[in-house]
Design a protein around this ligand. Structure first.
Ligand code: HSE
Length: 349
C-alpha cells in the first residue's frame, strides 16, 4: 500500500527518517507491503520541495549532505523559491500522512500545534516527535483526530523509538497502570554517571554533555528538569487518562548536586537518578521530577550514560521495565517509522 507523506521540518529527526526509508525501502515493501512516498518537505533552514510522484530519497539526502537547499532538487514540475510556510504546504499538497518534526516549544507548543490541527482537519494522519503539542494539547489533538477519523501518534516524544506507547497500548493492553517512573532525560543521566564513574565535577560533566550534543540548546531544560516534566506530562495524559499541565508537576533538577553527594550515595549502596514519576492514588494523578537515591537492586539504578528507562507498575503484570535510547538521529527517526507502520497496520484491517 502506498502512502504519500509530507515532512514539516527536516532537521536531525527528519534526516534520520529519510535515511531509514531509503535504506529499508525493499524490506518495508516485501515484509509489510508498506510503500512510503515522500511527496513534500519544508524546513525553515533547508528550504522546500514538492514532488507529487514521490521524491528520490537518495537525491534528497545528497542535497542535504552537501548543504544545498531542498529547492535545488532536480527535475520537479513546480520550482519553488525559498521556504513554503507549513500551513500553506498542508493545503497545497495531497498526502495521507504528515510527519511534524519541527523544534519543541514547551511553553506554547507552537507553531507545531497549528500545523497538526490543520493537517488533521484536512484529513491527514499526523505523527510527531515534538514534545510541545503532546505535552500541552494531547486530549484536544486526539479528539480532533478522532472526529476526523485520523490518527495522532506520538511515539517519538518519549524515549525516542524505544516503544513506550506501543508497549502500553498493545503489549500491556488490559492492564491498569498504577504508576510510571523512570529516567527520561539522557543529559542528566549522563552527567550523574560521569560524576560517579569518571570522577568529574558537575560543570565538567555538563560541558562534556553539551560538546557531545546531548543537551538541549538551552541546557537548563535538561538540568532543571523541564524536559523530563514535558515527558512525564505526556505519559500521564496519553497513558493514564490524566489532564495534567506542566506547571502542576513538582520539579527539582540536578544542578545543586555535587560529586561528593553522588559518591556518598554510592558508598551507602544507592545511585542518584533524576526520576520522573506519575502515580494514581484514589483516582487522582500526581506527577514529579526530582533526583532520588535509588537502591542498587532497582533496575533503574543500572541505567547509565544517556540511556533512558521506565518502570510500569501494573495490576496484572506487576512491574515491567523497559530500557533503551532516549534520543538520537536514527533512534528518533525510527520512532516515526514505527508510527507510520502502526497507521499502515490499522488501515489494512
Ligand atoms: N535533551 C534530551 C535528553 C533529548 O537529554 O534526553 C531527548 O529529548
Amino acid at each position: 500500500m502506498e502512502y504519500r507523506i509530507m515532512l514539516i521540518g527536516c532537521g536531525t529527526v527528519g534526516q534520520g527518517l529519510l535515511e531509514i526509508l531509503e535504506q529499508k525501502a525493499d524490506y518495508l515493501n516485501d515484509r509489510f507491503d508498506f510503500e512510503p512516498r515522500v511527496v513534500a518537505i519544508t524546513d525553515k533552514l533547508k528550504g522546500s520541495v514538492i514532488c507529487q510522484e514521490g521524491l528520490n530519497l537518495k537525491s534528497v539526502l545528497k542535497l542535504l549532505e552537501e548543504g544545498k537547499a531542498l529547492n535545488d532538487y532536480p527535475g520537479v514540475r513546480e520550482k519553488i523559491t525559498g521556504f513554503i510556510e507549513p500551513l500553506d504546504l498542508i493545503e497545497r499538497v495531497e498526502a495521507e500522512i504528515m510527519a511534524e518534526l519541527t523544534y519543541t516549544d514547551i511553553k506554547t507548543g507552537e507553531p507545531a500545534t497549528s500545523y497538526i490541527k490543520k493537517a488533521l482537519r484536512s484529513g491527514k494522519h499526523v505523527v510527531t516527535s515534538n514534545k510541545g503539542p503532546a505535552a500541552l494539547h494531547f486530549r484536544e489533538l486526539k479528539e480532533l483526530a478522532r472526529a476526523n477519523q485520523r490518527q495522532f501518534r506520538i511515539e517519538g516524544t518519549v524515549m525516542s523509538g524505544t516503544p513506550v506507547f506501543h508497549l502500553v497500548e498493545n503489549g500491556l493492553a488490559g492492564n491498569e497502570i498504577k504508576e510510571i517512573k523512570g529516567i527520561l532525560n539522557g543529559t542528566t543521566n549522563f552527567i550523574l554517571s560521569k560524576m560517579e564513574l569518571d570522577n568529574l565535577e558537575y560543570d565538567e560533566a555538563l560541558k562534556l554533555a553539551q560538546e557531545l550534543g546531548y543537551a538541549e540548546a538551552d541546557p537548563s531544560a535538561d538540568v532543571e528538569g523541564l524536559d523530563a516534566v514535558a515527558k512525564v506530562v505526556i505519559l500521564a495524559n496519553a497513558l493514564m487518562g490524566g489532564k495534567i499541565r506542566p506547571e502542576e508537576v513538582k520539579r527539582q533538577g540536578i544542578s545543586h548536586l555535587r560529586k561528593t553527594n553522588v559518591l556518598e550515595a554510592r558508598k551507602a549502596g544507592f545511585r542518584y537518578k533524576l526520576i520522573a514519576r506519575v502515580k494514581k492514588e484514589d483516582n487522582r494523578l500526581t506527577a514529579s521530577v526530582a533526583p532520588e537515591m535509588i537502591p542498587l537492586s532497582d533496575p533503574l539504578a543500572g541505567v547509565m550514560g544517556t540511556q533512558n528507562a521506565l518502570t510500569f507498575d501494573t495490576d496484572l503484570m506487576g512491574q515491567v521495565t523497559i530500557q533503551g535510547a532516549g534520543a538520537g538521529k536514527i533512534e528518533t527517526g525510527f520512532s516515526i517509522l514505527s508510527d507510520l507502520l502502526a497507521i499502515h497496520h490499522s488501515e489494512k484491517i
